[in-house]
Write a protein that binds this ligand. Structure first.
Ligand SMILES: NC(=O)c1ccc[n+]([C@@H]2O[C@H](COP(=O)([O-])OP(=O)(O)OC[C@H]3O[C@@H](n4cnc5c(N)ncnc54)[C@H](O)[C@@H]3O)[C@@H](O)[C@H]2O)c1
Length: 336
């Protein structure tokens, strides 16, 4: 049966990196069909809505989406479209791999860390936000649930098992945030017992940040709550050469959305020099999700070889190529 995916070209550099990514994907002969849908400023300009109903219907129907970055307009009470998509489709697992690639400007050459971040609750959502009338006191709530903690920790262990990984580290602040973070840690400790073949480690978030900078090779899979995961996964992206190489998957029971971690980069939009790698690596995660593991592996090897040779890569990687020449170099390697 032919698989159709929703494709959201997005804003800024989005359409440029999506065009390049689809060109490479087509070379892999995945047989994927694309249902193009709009979101972000591009959609706002056409339909007056940041997240049109037709886009939501397309994702609900096809259950898999590849999404370029979206611009969230500043001011005017606009909330993040990405947060809204996660909420709508209950995309509870945010999976962000950080892998060192040869030939890239990174501090380390031996990193292979997957951060599994809870995506639907916790301090990041800042529920119940309020500011006192005198503007002197701000309040927001942390709401963690046993259900939320259980499903993300189980997702992390299942992922580790599937990928043959050796260790899961639960990152928390249960020593201070005793109830919200304590609940997460209790759940992690209990679930770890169901996976005796995978080493379980627990670490306080501040120490984790220091350890990541000093000795990142000790980490394998990290599982943590929403806000800590937001920060730690960017830290990991920084360890391996920045956001241009950082993909992310947002996974729920009924839908999954794959994206680059970076934004719409308005400063370079339209110049044809955006690095498509993060979106291509997100496409690899999507192919894995669709059980097209061989194609995902071929694409990852092509990316690795192209980066190692610094062949026609974009300026952010020190190359003098363009988005399209980078895609050409990948296509040649994918074809073999
Ligand atoms: N997932 C998303 O949709 C997402 C994520 C983050 C930010 N945003 C939105 O993107 C817009 C711009 O945000 P920002 O400027 O803070 O962050 P950004 O990630 O767009 O840009 C930060 C810097 O990184 C560079 N950069 C980013 N991606 C690149 C790429 N693929 N190739 C080469 N250089 C790249 C940019 O040129 C810029 O100098 C905002 O409207 C923000 O809301 C969207």
């Amino acid at each position: 049966m032919t698989q159709t995916i929703t494709v959201i070209p997005g804003d800024g550099i989005g359409p440029e990196i999506m065009r390049a990514t689809l060109r490479v994907l087509d070379t892999l002969k995945t047989g994927l069909q694309y249902d193009f849908a709009e979101a972000g400023v591009a959609a706002m300009e056409k339909s007056g809505e940041l997240l049109p109903a037709a886009t939501l219907e397309s994702i609900a129907k096809h259950r898999v989406a590849l999404k370029s970055p979206l611009t969230t307009p500043v001011g005017g009470g606009f909330s993040s479209i990405n947060v809204e998509l996660r909420r709508r489709f209950d995309l509870y697992a945010n999976v962000r791999p950080a892998i060192t690639f040869p030939g890239t400007k990174s501090r380390y050459d031996n990193i292979d860390i997957i951060t599994v971040r809870e995506n639907t609750e916790g301090a990041y959502l800042s529920e119940g936000q309020s500011l006192s009338a005198d503007g002197e006191t701000a309040i927001s709530m942390i709401r963690n649930t046993r259900r939320g903690a259980s499903r993300i920790v189980r997702y992390a262990f299942d992922l580790a098992q599937r990928l043959g990984r050796r260790q899961v580290t639960a990152v928390h602040k249960a020593n201070i945030i005793k109830t919200a973070s304590g609940l997460f840690l209790d759940v992690a400790r209990a679930i770890a017992k169901d996976y005796p073949q995978i080493a379980f480690n627990e670490m306080i978030v501040d120490n984790t940040c220091m350890q990541l900078v000093m000795k990142p090779e000790q980490f394998d899979v990290i599982v943590t709550t929403n806000l800590f995961g937001d920060i730690i996964s960017d830290l990991c992206a920084g360890l391996v050469g920045g956001l241009g190489l950082a993909p992310g998957a947002n996974i729920g029971t009924d839908a999954a959305i794959f994206e680059a971690v970076h934004g719409s980069a308005p400063d370079i939009a339209g110049k044809g020099i955006a690095n498509p790698c993060a979106l291509l690596l997100a496409a690899c995660q999507m192919l894995d999700h669709l059980n097209m593991v061989d194609q995902a592996q071929r694409l990852r090897m092509a990316i690795r070889a192209t980066l190692a040779a610094n062949d026609r890569t974009t300026p952010d990687l020190g190359g003098s190529g363009t988005t399209e020449t980078f895609a050409d170099a990948l296509i040649e390697r994918v074809r073999g």
